[in-house]
Ligand binder design. Structure first.
Ligand code: C2O
Length: 343
């Protein structure tokens, strides 16, 4: 059976663990709501294009900054506030919910739920930001880390006076330090040029040969089953590598980006995940062999709960999010340099 949307009444404190710091409990359950609305595809007049974060113009940056400022200014109890939105990730990823039985935790990583969960999460986040600045066409930026010019933390996120800034990041990985898409905790000694080459090779390797749904998305995961059956290629690397690379190694749990419970407290998280989301679109349109999503109804009918821009609680299914153009958005077209980087 499909994974059912969690029962918010059963939400419990989440568990945070690290090898060195042990285990701790964190409260991150969302506010409750008596009503749940089923998701309906939005009406819109034009597609919004999510721009590459390193290419945005000052006018866009103003809007985005304003929206984030307003989100951070919402009262803590508002489900659309910055903290509550960050907590969405915590509750779904650190065992706040159960998967149909009290002793089986729900986990949206390490399985075929990874892409759809994050797509819907970002979708509602973007709608909230758009509503706050009264611009329904507002689209969030993506961190274009699969292209050489995007392989540093985008400048717009590193101004300490900006609401896009987060102080809990690795101090040695600020621009112009180049990202290592294979990062596993050790600093890469390669020259910049060799690192770019290595990163493009990682991208090719994770995107192109992984042509089946289960290699790309991750393994099937159904109601009542044990969490984390196996992750897809991109989730593994570079997705996880980038979380670890950004996270602050002075912090106990590598906050913010280095742990699920805190990752959503870094505004960069959403740009990172927009790129992951963009890669799902790109994967389906790669030349050659046709790549297809799962057709299993246990996947298609799995569902999640999110608060929308009007603070209504919405139940959305995987099948609702397969086509970003139905959701009203797409990505700015930029070069895809790794396509030619066959190792
Ligand atoms: Cu839900 Cu990048 O993790």
């Amino acid at each position: 059976a499909p994974v059912a949307a969690p029962d918010l009444d059963l939400c419990e404190k989440a568990t945070v663990t690290s090898k060195s710091a042990g285990t701790t409990k964190v409260a991150c359950c969302p506010p409750k709501s008596a009503n749940i609305i089923d998701f309906k595809p939005p009406k819109f007049s034009k597609i919004r294009y999510r721009p590459a974060a390193h290419m945005v113009d000052p006018e866009y940056l103003d809007k985005f900054t304003k929206a984030m400022e307003l989100m951070k200014a919402l009262p803590m109890e508002d489900p659309r506030s910055f903290m509550q939105q960050a907590n969405v990730h915590c509750a779904y990823c650190n065992g706040g919910y159960d998967n149909g039985s009290p002793n089986q935790e729900l986990q949206v990583h390490f399985s075929w739920l990874f892409y759809p969960f994050h797509r819907l999460y970002l979708y509602f986040y973007e709608r909230i930001l758009g509503k706050l600045i009264d611009d329904p066409n507002f689209a969030m930026p993506f961190w274009n880390w699969d292209a050489p010019r995007g392989m540093v933390i985008p400048e717009i996120y590193v101004d300490p006076d900006s609401p896009l800034y987060d102080e809990k990041r690795n101090v040695n990985h600020q621009p112009p330090k180049m990202l290592d898409l294979d990062y596993a905790g050790k600093e890469e000694e390669l020259s910049k040029r060799d690192l770019i080459k290595s990163n493009l090779t990682v991208m090719y390797r994770q995107m192109v040969p992984n042509s089946t749904a289960s290699l790309f998305h991750g393994k099937p995961y159904r109601a009542g089953e044990k969490p984390s059956p196996g992750m897809g290629s991109i989730e593994n690397n570079p997705h996880t590598a980038i979380h670890r690379w950004v996270g602050d190694d002075r912090e106990k749990y590598k906050e913010d980006m280095g742990n699920f419970y805190s990752a959503g407290k870094d505004p960069l998280f959403y740009a990172h995940h927009c790129n992951v989301d963009r890669l799902w679109n790109i994967w389906k349109s790669l030349p050659g062999k046709k790549r297809r999503d799962f057709t299993d109804t246990d996947w298609l009918d799995s569902s999640f709960l999110f608060y929308d821009e009007n603070a209504n609680l919405v139940r959305a299914k995987v099948r609702d999010c397969l086509d970003t153009r139905v959701l009203g958005y797409d990505y700015q077209k930029v070069n895809i340099p790794w396509l030619k980087n066959k190792p």
